[in-house]
Design a protein around this ligand. Structure first.
Ligand SMILES: Cc1cc2nc3c(=O)[nH]c(=O)nc-3n(C[C@H](O)[C@H](O)[C@H](O)COP(=O)(O)O)c2cc1C
Length: 216
């Protein structure tokens, strides 16, 4: 595709609007509402979320993961804790999440702090994964350089032989809960006059939320 084609690609957003009176008292309730609408609309993998991290030198990196839990305490995903993202979160737990629900002309942006999930939560979720995924977690030292596809296949076969029945949780496998500090709900509107309503923590214990509107 030429640069010209890209420049001409644009959509007018007019599906709906987002006003202050639509907002739930807290962003998790609001997120659930929009998430349910994303599911109802049949979006492909509505729980796919971009996770942006920055290393100790503030160099950013982003990748997709799957949201696997949501509670008042935050957004949960599972991964390899010694992967690039794991190393970056260990050095700098500040991170951002982006849910790109563009068929609904919506995005949700989260800024927060990641903490490592307790072992019980990791073990419970790991046990729910298909056997192939559990073996793959043993075979893949995520983000490390591998010599070839054959090396990976051999590591998988080794894991298969080592764990004919139960597959234990690998040491380097785990997950994170991102406690939100800022959550923005973005709805596309005609003429690029989009709605952007943002929740920010407030109050003495930072347990309450205030909201504000940002220019699009
Ligand atoms: C739709 C989709 C879902 C993904 N879900 C996960 C996930 O839940 N956990 C994970 O570790 N990687 C997931 N990945 C792979 C990551 O995008 C990434 O390649 C991997 O985590 C290594 O990233 P890192 O080297 O920055 O740590 C997913 C990729 C896609 C395209």
């Amino acid at each position: 595709m030429s640069e010209l084609d890209l420049a001409a690609l644009r959509e007018e957003y007019a599906r709906s609007g987002l006003t202050e009176s639509d907002l739930a008292p807290d962003p998790i309730t609001m997120f659930r509402r929009w998430f349910d609408e994303a599911v109802a609309a049949g979006l492909h993998e509505p729980n796919a979320v971009v996770v942006a991290t920055a290393d100790a030198d503030a160099r950013p990196a982003a990748r997709l993961v799957l949201l696997k839990g949501l509670s008042d305490d935050g957004f949960v995903f599972f991964t390899n804790t010694r992967s690039r993202k794991g190393e970056e979160l260990a050095a700098n737990p500040a991170c951002a999440l982006l849910f790109p629900w563009h068929p609904l002309e919506r995005q949700v942006r989260v800024e927060g702090t990641a903490t490592v999930l307790p072992d019980e939560e990791v073990t419970a979720y790991f046990a729910s994964r298909p056997r192939g995924s559990r073996l793959g977690a043993h075979a893949s030292h995520q983000s490390r350089v591998v010599a070839s596809r054959d090396e990976l296949a051999a590591a998988y076969a080794e894991a298969e032989a080592a764990f004919p029945d139960d597959v234990p949780v690998p040491d380097e496998w785990g997950g994170y809960r991102v406690r939100p500090e800022v959550v923005e709900f973005w709805q596309g509107r005609p003429g690029r006059m989009h709605d952007r309503l943002v929740y920010r923590r407030t109050g003495p214990d930072l347990e309450a939320w205030r909201t504000e509107r940002l220019a699009p």
